[in-house]
Write a protein that binds this ligand. Structure first.
Ligand SMILES: Nc1ncnc2c1ncn2[C@@H]1O[C@H](COP(=O)(O)OP(=O)(O)O)[C@@H](O)[C@H]1O
Ligand SMILES: [Mg+2]
Length: 286
């Protein structure tokens, strides 16, 4: 296996002095599906934004972030070839980040802009085969029939599926999803997680998904990285994450990630074997 993501010695202080990430070292192999869990404020978004090159690490440090062997940033400086790296990285946001007034198909075609000559992008002159690619991506996420609608007319779950279709069209090898289901109802959440798992399985894309709730992480991701106050406090099989261990790691904050405020419908077949007896102890512990 080769490395999809390498993070070394990552530290981040924000301008207000907040030490949001502390000595993060993390390696993810190609084709993995990894959950990034932690209470709100633990640093999940900040970490993913560093990987996408949207935020720079502390200056004058030994930090290094590489995606697919290419440097994103080093020592607090974004690499000069960042555009090439960004083309490999798809970002899925909690709030979807679609252009509301544009049709869904056009929103998905935005995923192609990094390889479309600028003037064609500006003039929105996408070619027929590019439109076909976007329609195919929309079909894969199950919303091809919405392609002509304005993005704003879609439900939250459909908008998030369109955002995932955009990463498909982009041809992203690494998909970073930052709490993609936090704003969705349980059924839409299940669909979005199923789609991310399918992209991982069928396309071999590396998926790193931050999640607020541990039950969803365990259901879909064989590996969990747990953040607490900017530090990695656990990195290992999701199956080994017991409520007891989570309480050890998080103390009173454990309840925030143990109680599934947004539990998925139980009808979905788990992609990963859940821990035997996981749900009942959770319910008792709550
Ligand atoms: N731009 C910023 N300026 C100052 N502090 C920030 C900024 N962004 C995030 N933080 C702080 O960094 C910490 C981690 O935030 P974040 O990565 O958003 O956590 P999470 O995504 O796990 O909820 C929090 O304490 C948050 O308040
Ligand atoms: Mg966040």
């Amino acid at each position: 296996m080769s490395t999809a993501l390498r993070i070394q010695q990552l530290n981040k202080h924000f301008a207000n002095g907040k030490h949001a990430l502390r000595d993060i070292n993390l390696t993810v192999q190609r084709g993995e599906m990894v959950a990034l869990i932690g209470a709100s404020g633990s640093g999940k978004s900040t970490l993913l934004r560093h990987v996408a090159g949207l935020v720079v690490a502390d200056g004058a440090s030994d930090s290094l972030i590489e995606v697919d062997g290419r440097c994103v940033q080093q020592g607090g400086r974004i690499h000069r070839d960042i555009r090439q790296v960004r083309a490999q990285v798809g970002f899925v946001f909690q709030q979807f980040n679609l252009v509301d007034r544009l049709p869904v198909l056009m929103n998905v075609l935005v995923g192609l802009l990094h390889r479309t000559p600028r003037w064609r992008g500006w003039l929105r002159l996408f070619r027929p085969h590019e439109r076909a690619l976007a329609l195919e991506a929309l079909a894969r996420v199950g919303i091809a029939d919405c392609h002509a609608q304005r993005a704003s007319t879609l439900s939250g779950g459909q908008q998030q599926r369109a955002a995932i279709a955009r990463t498909l069209v982009q041809g992203a090898k690494v998909v970073l999803a930052d709490e993609p289901i936090a704003s969705l109802d349980p059924e839409s959440s299940r669909k979005v997680m199923d789609i991310l798992a399918r992209i991982n399985r069928e396309d071999g894309s590396t998926v790193i998904v931050s999640l607020h709730q541990v039950d969803v992480a365990i259901k879909y991701c064989p590996r969990v990285v747990a953040l607490h106050q900017g530090r990695v406090v656990y990195d290992g099989p999701s199956a080994a994450l017991t409520p007891g261990l989570l309480r050890e790691l998080y103390g009173v904050q454990a309840d925030e990630i143990l109680t599934g405020a947004n539990p998925l419908p139980s009808a979905a077949a788990p992609a990963v074997s859940p821990v035997a007896g996981w749900m009942p102890p959770l319910a008792q512990a709550a």
